[in-house]
Design a protein around this ligand. Structure first.
Ligand SMILES: [Zn+2]
Length: 229
């Protein structure tokens, strides 16, 4: 991203002026894609993102601004935190997709996150929720005798196996969703504005599915840990 340096008035790349070395103020509106010089699209190469992140973080690393005026050091810290937040958002498709949908529709990414969800996701979520409730009942069950203890142990083991089965299914569905995401990405560059609207709708659903799948995974993981104690 290019700006005019406030000090030397030369055109330079953000965030540090190439000719006088001062740190530019953090822009209030900047897309994370733009920040890293990446194309705005559903799929990004992890190597490209990593490289861009490393390059930018090095430029504003607070260690480079030791002994400089306090406000400049403060700007470097602000840049570092923006860059890290942008990296975390773009790296994870569960964060990246709602963010992209937010940019395309002008909606808050937090709201875009679960605005649309597939029916199969909701039905799987229902199964996961019931299995977790059953697990909670087993986890809190009191042991009154040795025989009960042995039976309970067996029941817990069986339930852990079925939770693991659900967890594997969640992982498989996530893989499939990522495959769908790649298909949308292939059509993205040549999509005309009306076609793009349709793709954004599909993306919105994918974002919702990914968010639900992540939630399911953590619910199951939590119970599996408790059952293994
Ligand atoms: Zn300058």
């Amino acid at each position: 991203m290019e700006i005019t340096c406030q000090k030397c008035r030369r055109t330079t790349e953000l965030p540090v002026c190439e000719s006088c070395g001062i740190v530019a103020p953090v822009p209030t509106v900047v897309s994370y894609f733009e920040l890293f010089g990446l194309q705005l699209r559903p799929v990004i190469l992890e190597e490209d993102l990593k490289e861009a992140h490393l390059k930018l973080s090095q430029k504003v690393h607070p260690d480079r601004f030791q002994g400089r005026p306090r406000d400049e050091l403060e700007l470097a810290v602000q840049w570092s935190s923006l860059i890290n937040k942008a990296y975390a958002t773009l790296k994870d498709p569960t964060e990246r997709i709602p963010y992209l949908v937010g940019l395309e529709t002008g909606k808050d990414p937090k709201l875009a996150r679960t605005a649309a969800v597939s029916r199969w996701t909701l039905s799987l979520f229902n199964n996961v929720r019931q299995a977790c409730e059953a697990a909670d009942a087993l986890i809190t069950k009191k042991i009154s005798s040795r025989i009960v203890a042995a039976a309970l142990l067996e029941q817990r083991q069986r339930h852990a196996d079925s939770l693991q089965g659900l967890k594997d299914l969640v992982a498989k569905m996530r893989e499939r969703t990522i495959d769908d995401l790649k298909k949308i990405d292939e059509h993205w560059p040549e999509a005309t504005p009306d076609k793009r609207g349709a793709l954004v709708k599909l993306l919105s659903k994918i974002g919702g599915d990914l968010a639900y799948l992540a939630k399911m995974d953590s619910l199951l993981e939590e119970r599996l840990l408790q059952l293994s104690i």
